[in-house]
Design a protein around this ligand. Sequence first.
Ligand code: PLP
Length: 673
Amino acid sequence: MSRPHSIQLIGAACGLGSPDQRCAEGPERMRWRLAARRKLHGNLVWRETVHAYAGTSRRFQHSELLAFDRQLARVVHDTVAEASRFIVLGGDHSCALGTWQGATRALAAEGPLGLIWIDAHMDAHTPLTSPSGNRHGMPLAALLGTGATAVFSVAENAPPLFAPEHVCLIGVRSFEPEEERLLKKLGVRVYRMREVEKRGLTVVMAEALQHVQNGTAGFGLTVDLDAVDPHEAPAVTTPVAHGLRATELIEVVASAARQRNLVGVEIAEYNPHNDCESRTAELIQTLIETVVAAEYILDHSVELEERYCAHNYAPLPVVLTRGRGVYVWDTAGKRYIDMMSAYSAVSLGHAHPQLVSALTEQASRLSLVSRGYFTDRLGPLAQRLCELTGCARMLPMNTGAEAVETALKAARKWAYKIKHVPEGRAQIISCAGNFHGRTIAIVGMSSEAQYRDGFGPFPQGFVQIPYGDSAALEQAITPYTAAFLVEPIQGESGIVLPPAGYLAECARICRERHVLLLCDEVQTGLGRTGKWLACQHENVQPDGVMVGKALSGGLVPISAFLASEELMSVFTPGDHGSTFGGNPLACAVALETLNVLQHEHLLDSAAEHGDYLLQKLEQLRSPFVRHIRGKGLFIGVELDTQMVDTRAVCEVLLRHGILTKDTHETVLRFAPP
Ligand code: PLP
């Protein structure tokens, strides 16, 4: 679909077939209101109001409804054909026939459309099953090509406007058994109110958005205001108790509107005669403003980041809006395979259903109380992590850099209190090419000029040796050495693997010289290289280990420093901490992450898929490639920068639907979920 340019409001002033035909006045009332509040300007245009023919008798005539739907379909068709988004403000929900006929016809050449239908009712009666005979209760069945479609403007033998597998119904709580039977038989995904209450509207909506966008050219959203609880939206024709919260509805309308391939929105059943406090009108106005705001963000995302964010990154030219598994989608609906996984954090894939559900379940229960209290989530996570890493204790933090800082503090204190290094003399050895984060102490250890430039003075007591050289470690150790800090594979340096046996040899040296071995597994840990920890490839048990990134599958920041009993014993209450460290929300997601890693056998999978990917990349034999290396799903392709610009290669890959990023302007990273 091409980009929408403006939002066109279309009034569907029709109450034909409804128990209270005064809902036909709703759209014009809303137009006056929006005009009086000066909302109809810029991006938001009132295109037209389509009126049902007002015959002399108030008896319902099929022909009137037919003519109305045809006229509405024409206006919607022309709006969509001009690449504008529409919002239809309807009286009776039977206007859906006109709205979606217009939209599907305008996009027929691009493929089928999906539809999210939010409603208290199923609207899936046919003239044979409807107790009242009102057309009001039939539009969804007609859109799906069942029932007497000719009572609406859909031709009897025409194919259905929507395929059932592309339709989701959300929030229903009032329906007849025939309607449920029909939708079930057809295979429409129905989220009853009970399910929405249990799982949360945002979770359900996220699932529905995937559903209606899968295999379609775009999708529509139709909202019957009776989906909302009557306390918050009283002005509808058929209120039903125990509905959605207005704030929740606004939130999910925003999430739909942020999808570039949302074609248009319909908001139906506003009956101004029941709106004595204008609460429903207020809600409709907010919904319209939500769609307008989302539209503005879609069109201006890059501009806004450029204008208001610090320029400490240089992103590739793509605006991403959703992800599922190994794929992410941009705001134009284009799909990419994610070879970055957010620097190895999204190891379990985007929106993993078990992680999303652990997150929402815990978020609705308890998210943060501080470490001033015990919680029922931290202990179980600490136990699991200790078991998996062979460590005795765990100290939770939030980011990888904080876990490394924690390790540095622990090592220095251990040197003074246990090794009896004279106060102020402790040394920590790190490697050239390291990357441990961005704090002042950590960039002080870096060999990368740009990471240090302008940020000094740096703390003292750090010594640097070449990476992969165990003899250099042996030589660098002094009686003041507290620890050797090392990445088992250097990630940010360009996926650099040390010689085989390096880590085991370093471990031997550290043990013999009474020096702590600290392994930074923030990037390599938790399955990325095919083991829980990369150091386990050489059967090394470090004194301290740092994990982060993938610990919560990329959903919330959480990191941890894990250590031996002796090393962790240096911390006493008040020495160190973090407001968010160990919060129950992150712990719940981390626990679920570990479960998924284990039960889905993702460590073996990373090893297996990594071998396959490495083998296939090696077969490329490109003149631009100098070297390919990696372990598990942590692979670097080093390019010949004399021949090719690495960033330009990333941009070409982007155009081919592959997301990767260069590291150090020479190496392409392949680290998929
Ligand atoms: N340690 C290693 C090995 C890393 O790769 C990174 C980040 O890339 C960090 C630490 C810092 O993690 P964070 O960005 O979460 O602070």
